[in-house]
Ligand binder design. Structure first.
Ligand code: GLP
Length: 240
């Protein structure tokens, strides 16, 4: 796994945004795996401004959300769908028919997970997987203990994740469960770009970088990917 450390979060985010830009410029019908969370805000913001400047055509791109909460109110502003619409999809000319979010509304939730895996497969697999890291080491919502070959499934959220995500929630409690793509699903992407910025990530980044691959820190799984990069700022890299 390549590691790049930048002086500031802004520079790290810009580098990740440029990686995404290059991916799409090189393959207009790229299949993207898209993450959510505060780390992604700046990346999408930079990406959108580069994409607009270059009048990049997003119409042939397919995008797969990494995860979605189960049990939020219909049209909830706290959903990852709402996040991605606001920060990414509605900002550029994405084709809504090529935007995929796990169907948490389906009564047969296990079927929804199988369907999601099938849509990724039918599209030809993920070319470019963007990831953040939770403070407990989760990727997507693969919480500690998730196996390296896990697939899209229903997961129970840890209190660490619920507390951390509570800060960006309004008018609703953070759900107890979600659908996430699996670590095995993530590892099948052609390229993995994982980003962590800020002091709050320094502990977990130290464990990811210096520790062995282990299911207690799911983000360590990315170390076995043949084409992965970890993008950090000085603060998140402080304890390495
Ligand atoms: C959420 C998302 C993850 C993300 C993580 C980090 O739980 N489901 O995909 O990596 O948060 O979030 P933040 O960037 O806000 O620290």
């Amino acid at each position: 796994m390549e590691i790049k450390i930048f002086n500031s979060a802004a520079e790290a985010s810009n580098f990740a945004a440029l990686e995404l830009l290059r991916q799409i410029e090189g393959k207009l019908d790229s299949n993207l795996g898209v993450a959510t969370g505060r780390t992604m805000d700046a990346i999408y913001h930079k990406f959108i401004s580069h994409a607009r400047e270059k009048t990049l055509d997003m119409n042939k791109v397919s995008a797969f959300a990494v995860d979605e909460y189960i049990g939020l109110a219909d049209e909830s502003a706290n959903s990852y769908k709402a996040y991605l619409d606001l920060h990414l999809f509605n900002q550029l000319n994405f084709d809504s028919g090529k935007v995929y979010i796990p169907n948490v509304g389906l009564q047969n939730i296990d079927q929804a997970c199988l369907d999601y895996e099938a849509s990724i497969k039918n599209a030809g697999g993920i070319d470019f997987q963007l990831l953040g890291i939770g403070i407990n080491g989760h990727i997507g919502l693969n919480e500690p203990g998730s196996s390296i070959d896990s697939r899209t499934r229903v997961v129970a959220l840890t209190s660490s994740t619920r507390n951390s995500n509570k800060m960006v929630f309004s008018n609703e409690n953070v759900p107890l469960t979600a659908i996430t793509i699996g670590i095995g699903t993530i590892l099948e992407a052609s390229r993995c770009v994982m980003v962590a910025t800020g002091l709050s990530k320094s502990d977990i980044v130290q464990k990811v970088v210096n520790g062995d691959i282990n299911s207690k820190v799911p983000a360590t799984a990315i170390k076995q990917h043949p084409n992965a990069i970890l993008i950090l700022d000085k603060e998140s890299a402080k304890l390495i």
